[in-house]
Design a protein around this ligand. Structure first.
Ligand code: SAM
Length: 281
């Protein structure tokens, strides 16, 4: 039995259900329930909250979310081998764990979460972590259906999420996330905490939605950041050529044509995106 519930230790669960980790599914499991409890608590108070978890696997984080009081956990898992282990957790917490077998990239999580406070807390599979994050942050609907994201990434990706202008890691991901959210690295997790250990350090990142991000169309911001950071070391008067007359765009946005993408703050990209939309009207 473990410290947080009366379910068996995760090592036993993995063995009994034949859950040898698969690299193709980004399976690096967390077996330390103190660590999963810390991740769950980083997501804030969970009483009465619906938590969406991507990739529960053998259920270490799922158990922590339920033990921390989440009203309901919706766990989306692609690997059918994990369903037996998850059914045991569902039986321990009747009516509070719904397991959805499927690809999180294709599931409408907002519809599953329904009304009421909901948030995402997950040790993400690294191979789909960035597209999942962009799906949450660059959604058409804002404010979103979630009130917070607490997510494990590779440290290098975490740095790209929270980067500021002038940082080497500053790019499209930082602009898209910074536009709509406040993002912070909560803490790092050593490779040895995972089974099997990944090659690099991981970080838990916490994102909170801004209630009123600067008005801008998602697609336009994606387009201008793609053009600008596609040639990040070039001056914007050069890198924005694919969008039409760069001088007119930069002038309308109030940005010097000799500046480079890596120096421009989120507000500058929003101004550029809005100027680009205006030229196409
Ligand atoms: N939550 C568990 C933990 O912390 O020990 C497992 C985390 S492991 C890093 C990622 C999990 O995501 C695995 O269980 C894997 O099978 C699952 N997964 C991988 N790709 C997925 C996808 N596209 N949709 C849903 N789950 C996926």
């Amino acid at each position: 039995m473990s410290a947080i519930d009366d379910l068996p230790p995760l090592r036993d669960v993995i063995q009994r259900h034949d859950l040898a980790p698969k690299k193709s599914l980004g399976q690096n499991f967390l077996l330390d329930l103190n660590l999963t409890a810390r991740i769950a608590r980083t997501g804030g108070r969970l009483e009465g909250v619906t938590v969406v978890e991507v990739g529960p696997g053998p259920g270490g984080l799922t158990r922590a979310l339920l033990a921390e009081g989440a009203g309901r956990v919706i766990a989306i898992e692609k690997d059918a081998r994990a369903l037996g282990a998850l059914a045991e957790i569902a039986a321990r917490y009747p009516g509070r764990l719904d397991v959805v077998e499927g690809d999180a990239l294709e599931v409408d999580m907002g519809a599953l979460a329904g009304d009421g406070p909901a948030r995402v807390i997950a040790n993400l599979p690294y191979n789909v972590a960035t597209p999942l994050l962009l799906g949450w942050v660059a959604a058409d609907r804002w404010p979103p259906w979630w009130d917070g994201l607490t997510l494990m990434f590779q440290r290098e990706v975490a740095e790209r999420i929270v980067a500021r202008p002038g940082d080497g890691a500053y790019g499209r991901l930082a602009v898209m996330c910074g536009w709509r959210c406040e993002a912070k690295i909560a803490f790092d997790v050593n490779p040895q905490a995972f089974t099997p250990p990944p090659k690099v350090v991981s970080s838990v990142v916490r994102l909170e939605p801004r209630p009123q991000p600067l008005p801008c169309a998602v697609k336009a911001l994606e387009t201008v950041t793609q053009a600008a950071f596609g040639q990040r070391r070039k001056m914007l008067r050069q890198s924005l050529k694919s969008l039409g007359d760069p001088s007119a765009l930069l002038d309308a946005a109030g940005i010097e044509p000799t500046r480079r993408a890596e120096e421009i703050p989120v507000e500058g990209f929003v101004a550029l995106a809005n100027a680009w939309v205006a030229t196409r009207a």
